[in-house]
Design a protein around this ligand. Structure first.
Ligand code: COA
Length: 320
């Protein structure tokens, strides 16, 4: 069996912030940011947080797929920036869109979150447990970004992307998931530390910390590796792949992956120049843009691949 995407939607932060805007708050320049990352601008949210953007993307995905929210039986929200420990963000989306028959929970795997959530959705469908699933990637990393740190603050944007999936005909679905907790320290954000009345320590929140070069090296090695693995496992040739929809973290990472895979850049659509790195949202936002611009045809074989904090990485192969 396979899993099909029947609708896509997305929602971006309400405010455009250009590289020139960032040069007003940290010592940087448009030239540095665009030549090192490919990013020209990003959308940050001044109002709606993760769950509101997620709910809007979800509404659009349901509308695109002709699905009534009551028909959904599961909502998976991949995010590292939920507004609450509980209720979880997926439950907030459920309430906002009126998906009264769905179970709902969040998945935390940083920028790989959407790929992991899609693989989770597939497993539920393959097991016959759920039929129609809403899978969302949403993050407002701007809220956990240190706006005095030029090494990280130039990278991120806010947004949400969603898809509705269900069982499909055929058997084109492959997945690779991986994690290496021993290298977690290269990309971190402390959610809460402190203690209880015995330790006398209060809660502390943290900001994103990153060893950029280590993350870069990890990405350009792991992404091609897991793409090759999923192709081999499914016995699909690279020539048969229409698009590689990669996590949008850095244009140079995408270039390097294309080179390692010996595949032409036309197969690697990008929107990083406009949105920056929107973490778990980047893959479904790009997918929605491809869909809405009519660039996907029935039967197109797609690879989605992500990497991020954890460290985590994953690739999936599916047919449009
Ligand atoms: N503007 C101007 N100069 C900057 C800067 C900025 N925004 N950020 C860093 N610099 C400076 C550094 O201080 C350093 O100066 P020095 O040589 O005087 O010490 C110099 O530029 C080079 O810094 P470096 O960190 O080596 O740059 P880089 O080429 O590795 O690029 C990243 C930095 C972050 C763009 C790159 O490492 C990267 O994209 N890594 C992956 C990050 C990622 O994708 N994270 C999310 C994963 S999901």
């Amino acid at each position: 069996m396979t899993m099909k995407i029947i609708g896509t939607g997305s929602c971006l932060g309400d405010r455009l912030v250009t590289n020139q805007d960032l040069a007003q708050i940290v010592e940087t320049s448009d030239e540095w940011i665009s030549s090192r990352t490919g990013i020209k601008g990003r959308r940050l949210t001044t109002g709606p947080g993760t769950s509101e953007m997620a709910a809007e993307a979800a509404r659009r995905a349901c509308e695109d797929g002709g699905v009534r929210p009551e028909e959904l039986d599961l909502i998976l929200l991949a995010t590292s920036t939920p507004e609450n420990h509980f209720p979880n963000g997926a439950c907030e989306v459920q309430a906002a869109i009126g998906a009264v028959n769905a179970a709902a929970f969040d998945i935390s795997a940083a920028c790989t979150g959407f790929v992991f959530a899609m693989q989770t959705a597939y497993s539920f469908i393959a097991a016959g447990i759920f039929q129609k699933i809403l899978v969302i990637g949403a993050d407002d990393l701007s809220k956990i970004t240190d706006w005095t740190d030029r090494k990280t603050c130039i990278l991120f944007g806010d947004g949400a992307g969603a898809v509705v999936v269900e069982k499909g005909e055929g058997d084109t679905f492959g997945q690779i998931m991986g994690s290496d907790g021993s290298r977690g320290h290269v990309l971190t954000c402390k959610a809460r530390s402190g203690g209880n009345f015995l330790t006398g320590k209060g809660p502390e929140m943290g900001y994103i910390h990153m060893d950029g070069q280590e993350v870069f090296k990890f990405a350009v090695k792991k992404v091609p590796e897991c793409v090759e693995q999923v192709l081999k496992r499914q016995q699909v040739q690279k020539e048969d792949i229409r698009y590689y929809i990669l996590h949008q973290a850095n244009e140079r990472i995408i270039d390097a992956v294309a080179k390692r895979l010996k595949e032409p850049m036309e197969k690697f659509p990008m929107d990083i120049q406009d949105h920056g790195n929107t973490s778990a949202a980047s893959i479904p936002i790009l997918l929605d843009e491809l869909n809405r611009h009519g660039r996907l045809a029935s039967g197109d074989k797609l690879i989605m691949a992500g990497f991020g904090g954890g460290l985590t990485w994953g690739a999936l192969l599916m047919e449009w």
